[in-house]
Design a protein around this ligand. Structure first.
Ligand SMILES: *Cc1c(COP(=O)(O)O)cnc(C)c1O
Length: 370
């Protein structure tokens, strides 16, 4: 994880200075690891709306509900933030070939940012990835491969082939940029709430760097004196069938427990049987007195409709956090005056059934790439 000289940042990045900066995640440039601002690769990511859902909040035993509308990012998901920073770091170091294993959104985000930077992108997604993601990656000119397996099988292909091809692996937790980019969700949220933190944060957890990034943002803001008070309680949300974090919380262990047979039908962003930073996620949940919740596919679909009824195009992952909120209101974890932030991490339209282009090859191992 990147550490900053916070005394220097404090002198430069005050509330007043920030107010005058553009509506972009790069307004926090002192807290981002790119040194040469000419190297920044941007497609207009970040500064997404934080919308208050008052009508829904009134019907629940909860103080206030906000939804951070991450579906409004370039390529329709918050993954844009991470790749804007990661690809900027590649640009700064003149690295010209990047590869990523992905369940969909990381693939299309890398493809777009690499295209913007003139870098070659290689993306590997599970065979059952919704066709729209595959077409999106292809449309940005990425070398795109379907993998007969899950995301960690895709990761293995990259590890096996990276020497020969000269790929830089920008997979989760392989480099610092993606986490730092995701961190801007937490920085923005605090600023948009008038430098206050909410009581509870619900995040759909896959590899885990979104949640870790938001937690890191709050720690840095506290150290800078920009926010005060308690850390919010962090809640990881996963789908029934692929719940390594939820299972570890239940069993009170510090080791993630990979599921035996993760279902193919899970929401793509949270179908990560072996989250690379699992131990840190678990310690954040414990330290902030948070928890982890599993929701079913039916609950997710119902909750997508609830958000839809408020005008929000919710991805399955966004639906999952809304469904978890209902559970946590029932269980008493959420108190009647709690201020809660949900993350709608992607746009619903990307998940519509649409076939992948037929010319894209399906491989199981690296040696099958010709
Ligand atoms: C990647 C992804 C997630 C999971 O985020 P992590 O930072 O990997 O935990 C959630 N939702 C969507 C839409 C995603 O693309």
């Amino acid at each position: 994880m990147v550490e900053y000289d916070l005394d220097r940042v404090k002198a430069k990045m005050t509330r007043e200075v920030l107010q005058r900066r553009p509506a972009s995640m790069w307004r926090y440039r002192e807290l981002l690891p790119v040194q040469n601002q000419q190297a920044v690769v941007s497609l207009g990511e970040g500064w997404t709306p934080l919308l208050s859902l008052d009508r829904w909040a009134k019907s629940l035993p909860v103080g206030q509900i906000w939804v951070k509308r991450e579906e409004q990012n370039p390529t329709g998901s918050f993954k844009a933030r991470g790749f804007s920073v990661a690809v900027s770091l590649l640009q700064e170091r003149s690295i010209r070939k990047a590869a990523v294993p992905s369940n969909g959104n990381a693939a299309s985000a890398l493809a777009a940012y690499a295209a913007r930077a003139g870098i070659e992108a290689y993306v590997f997604v599970p065979q059952d990835c919704p066709g729209m993601f595959v077409r999106e990656a292809v449309s940005f000119g990425a070398s795109t491969w379907l993998v007969d397996g899950l995301i960690h099988d895709a990761g293995k292909i990259i590890e096996d082939g990276k020497k020969e091809h000269g790929w830089f692996n920008v997979g989760t937790a392989k480099e610092p940029g993606r986490l730092e980019g995701k961190k801007t969700m937490g920085l923005e949220m605090a600023e948009q709430m008038g430098w206050q933190l909410p009581d509870v944060i619900l995040y759909p957890t896959g590899g885990g760097s979104g949640l870790i990034g938001i937690w890191k943002a709050f720690r840095e803001l506290k150290a800078l004196g920009l926010v005060q008070g308690e850390m919010p309680r962090f809640v990881s949300v996963q789908e029934e069938g692929c719940t390594p974090i939820v299972d570890a919380v239940k069993k009170q262990t510090t080791q993630v427990i990979p599921p035996a047979n993760p279902p193919a039908s899970s929401p793509t962003g949270v179908r990560v049987p072996r989250p690379p930073a699992g131990a840190l996620i678990l310690s954040i949940l414990r330290e902030t007195e948070g928890t982890a919740v599993a929701v079913t596919a039916e609950e997710i679909a119902d909750a997508q409709r609830i958000l839809g009824a408020h005008g929000i195009s919710a991805s399955p992952e966004g639906g999952a956090v809304a469904a978890a909120l209902l559970w946590l209101c029932d269980s008493g974890f959420i108190r009647s005056d709690d201020r809660v932030v949900l993350f709608n991490t992607a746009h619903a339209l990307k998940y519509w059934h649409y076939p992948a282009p037929r010319e894209i090859s399906v491989i199981r191992e690296y040696r099958e790439m010709e």
